[in-house]
Design a protein around this ligand. Sequence first.
Ligand code: FES
Length: 82
Amino acid sequence: MAERVQLRVNGKSVEVTPGTVVAAAIAMAGESKFRRSVSGMPRGPLCGMGLCMECRVTINGLSQCRSCQTLCEPGMEVLTDD
Ligand code: FES
């Protein structure tokens, strides 16, 4: 049986394979709104390679983390800005 990584996205338990980025785990949790723009518009991943900054979320209490550039770790707590 393959090793799995468990984390939480907005309080919801998600299990992923090692090497999965947080953006994918958020999508697996059924979330599509990662953050809000300054005008309040919902935003989500655009480039998937660390450039656009649209995928920023809070990870383990640290805000403004690029979810497309962060690997999932066991016990990680992820919050989107819904
Ligand atoms: S999706 Fe563009 S920085 Fe993450």
